[in-house]
Design a protein around this ligand. Structure first.
Ligand SMILES: Cc1cc2nc3c(=O)[nH]c(=O)nc-3n(C[C@H](O)[C@H](O)[C@H](O)COP(=O)(O)OP(=O)(O)OC[C@H]3O[C@@H](n4cnc5c(N)ncnc54)[C@H](O)[C@@H]3O)c2cc1C
Length: 388
């Protein structure tokens, strides 16, 4: 019997555990945090709204979890904004926080697979022997690194596997979260609502049962350089100038919290020379971390599905090479797509507008459930100098 360890119980790790359980494969999931149901619903550093569209949808279908996603997230009906920003979505899709996604996946575990997946919560894995497959003193046939952008498994592979390298770079993208606590009926909760183009400002919901209508509205403002405010008054003046629409949707209290909140650097990128080494493989953000372009969660879910398909196709000893040839081109392509997004960069806004005019809007195309990320990148590159 194959023993598999999954490091990280985020969207990618849980998707992998469920997909494997469906085929009768047991796993042990090591997660440094608590069970998602015991975690706070709102964490201003992590509770940004995520939309799950075509790539995530394929994975959700793979584990037959549409009803669980319907129950834990809000249905996604497309982007709402000015005419050229609007983009209806006709397939199943969802909006929610990373926590909403992990709660949906945990409900699948609890309904169907609790006897096949062992969870070790509050266990931060610090050292992994990727050649021997050793984690926390136990030996495994396969170690799945699903431990996010700062992956300890990836670091171990870099130290222990000959020829394994990680290239890091960064773009100047920063995000500041503003809660919109006065939305009422003014916006459509089924759509991320575009409130400003420069700085890019999208408002969308996460689930929160403590709120009267069951959702909390959040807006992530994308900045080309870090910003800090010295007072709520200064923050209000800045919002009035740069994204005035939010002022109708939020309270003084929320602006006061916004003015004290730390911006988050969202522009980090890590690209691995390969996605396997020794007895370990990498998926999700651990395999390829890239600036948010609406795809990190989607790609994490899809990469776990692809890994499961590769495991089903042959023995676990050779899964690394199969998975690498299936997912590495996709990971590179979606990372390239993410790196094209530059907040408040006028050249990028022009590029996006030009590309959209000729039907190659990489943001829209990468939501598709029928086009691969590498296909989207190829289409973009055919436009020559518009995309780098
Ligand atoms: C502002 C913003 C907006 C975004 N919007 C979108 C969007 O609209 N659509 C979209 O698809 N994606 C979006 N993303 C990206 C998305 O959140 C991530 O790409 C996704 O969560 C990655 O999933 P993962 O499972 O690979 O990693 P993670 O979600 O990072 O999960 C990794 C897990 O591993 C655990 N862990 C880490 N290290 C260890 C360790 N050493 N030992 C044990 N456990 C460990 C962590 O606690 C965590 O639970 C956005 C990201 C940001 C920042």
């Amino acid at each position: 019997m194959t023993e598999i360890a999954i490091i990280g119980g985020g969207p990618g790790g849980l998707m992998a555990a469920i997909a494997l359980a469906r085929r009768g494969v047991r796993t042990t999931v090591f997660e440094r945090e608590d069970h998602p149901e015991r975690m706070p619903r709102f964490n201003p550093d992590r509770s940004y709204p995520i939309d799950i569209t075509g790539h995530g949808l394929k994975a959700v279908r793979h584990i037959d979890a549409l009803t669980h996603f319907d129950a834990h997230l809000t249905a996604f009906h497309g982007i709402s904004g000015r005419a050229w920003l609007s983009d209806p979505w006709l397939e199943p899709g969802w909006i929610g926080s990373r926590g909403d996604i992990t709660r949906a996946l945990m409900s699948v575990v609890e309904d169907r697979h609790h006897d096949m997946i062992d969870f070790v919560f509050h266990s931060e894995v610090r050292t992994v022997d990727v050649l021997a497959g050793e984690v926390a003193g136990q030996s495994f046939d396969l170690v799945i690194g699903a431990d996010g952008a700062g992956s300890a498994v990836r670091a171990a592979m870099r130290d222990q596997v000959a020829g394994f390298t990680v290239e890091t770079s960064s773009v100047p993208n920063y995000g500041l979260l503003l809660e919109l606590d006065q939305v009422g009926e003014k916006l459509d909760k089924h759509c991320p609502n575009g409130l400003a183009v420069n700085p890019p400002t999208l408002a969308a919901v996460i689930r929160d049962e403590d709120k009267p209508d069951g959702v909390r509205w959040l807006s992530v403002i994308g900045l080309g350089k870090p910003i800090t405010f010295t007072s709520p008054v200064q923050a209000t003046t800045w919002l009035r100038k740069h994204c005035p629409r939010v002022l109708d949707l939020t309270s003084e209290q929320a602006i006061s919290e916004f003015s004290r909140r730390e911006y988050v650097h969202l522009g980090q990128r890590a690209t691995c020379s390969q996605l396997y080494g020794g007895r370990a493989v990498l998926l999700g953000d651990a395999a390829a971390a890239f600036p948010p372009a609406g795809q990190g969660g989607n790609a994490a879910l899809e990469s776990a599905m692809v890994l499961d398909q590769c495991l089903a196709a042959g023995p676990p000893e050779t899964v690394g090479a199969r998975y690498n040839s299936a997912w590495k081109p996709e990971a590179d392509a979606v990372s390239w797509i993410g790196a094209q997004v530059r907040y408040q960069d006028v050249r990028m806004i022009l590029r996006m507008t030009l590309a959209r005019a000729v039907g190659v809007d990489i943001g829209r195309l990468s939501k598709s459930s029928t086009r691969s990320y590498s296909d989207v990148r190829r289409a973009a590159r055919r436009l020559g100098p518009i995309w780098a």
